[in-house]
Design a protein around this ligand. Structure first.
Ligand SMILES: Cc1cc2nc3c(=O)[nH]c(=O)nc-3n(C[C@H](O)[C@H](O)[C@H](O)COP(=O)(O)O)c2cc1C
Length: 192
């Protein structure tokens, strides 16, 4: 029997990320749960920002932003940038900013992985502003990279140690690896 929980967007787990944007020439950091992958080729992601957030001013100003994926050791700082606004508190020094080719999307050195994005589409819906970003470059700290079949890739996700979130308002760490994409279907017992 199913219990109705009401019209809640219960998609989980949610990867928690730190959005970065320059606002009036200075880095600002914001915690985001409403973000996701839109496609691998071309590499598109989206972020959903409240129209009144300080960060929104910067993304509209530069048409660039970054998505930075923290590890669990950064939880308190991550949560902090989700609880105070750059309009009131200067959050620029919370992380060490570095820049890529766009020159205007600040990325957090402390995060294992950083995605530098250029806005290719945006629209507002109710009080949200949705930005679709094309990833112009992905960066990873060298300790998080290994070579496989002559290609540089990320190490096992459990070692990247990302922060997950759910709409029970709790943060989680990642569980164990249980299989490989496109390779598990062959192990089905059913013939249906
Ligand atoms: C767990 C968590 C997830 C959040 N996700 C989002 C989000 O996806 N979009 C958003 O606009 N705000 C989100 N927020 C709220 C902003 O991070 C917060 O209001 C922040 O202070 C805005 O900062 P700014 O005004 O400097 O941009 C989230 C906050 C928390 C704690």
């Amino acid at each position: 029997l199913k219990v109705k929980l009401g019209p809640r967007p219960l998609v989980y787990p949610i990867p928690i990320v730190i959005g970065g944007a320059n606002v009036h020439g200075k880095p600002n950091w914001v915690l985001l749960g409403d973000t996701g992958l839109m496609g691998v080729n071309p590499p598109l992601i989206y972020i959903s920002l409240h129209r009144d957030h300080y960060t929104t001013i910067g993304v509209l100003e530069n048409r660039t932003f970054s998505v930075n994926i923290p590890h669990t050791g950064m939880l308190a700082d991550a949560d902090y940038c989700g609880t105070v606004s750059g309009a009131k508190v200067d959050k620029s020094g919370l992380f060490q900013a570095f820049y890529g080719d766009t020159g205007t999307a600040p990325m957090a050195e402390e995060c294992p992985v950083n995605l530098e994005c250029r806005v290719v589409h945006d629209f507002s819906i109710q009080h949200r502003h949705i930005f679709v970003g094309e990833v112009v470059q992905a960066y990873a700290g060298e300790q998080y990279v290994e070579e496989r079949d002559g290609k540089k890739g990320l190490i096992d996700m459990t070692r990247l140690d990302p922060i997950l979130y759910s709409l029970d308002n709790q943060y989680y760490s990642a569980g164990k690896r249980i299989g490989e994409g496109y390779r598990e279907a062959g192990k089905r017992k059913s013939t249906a």
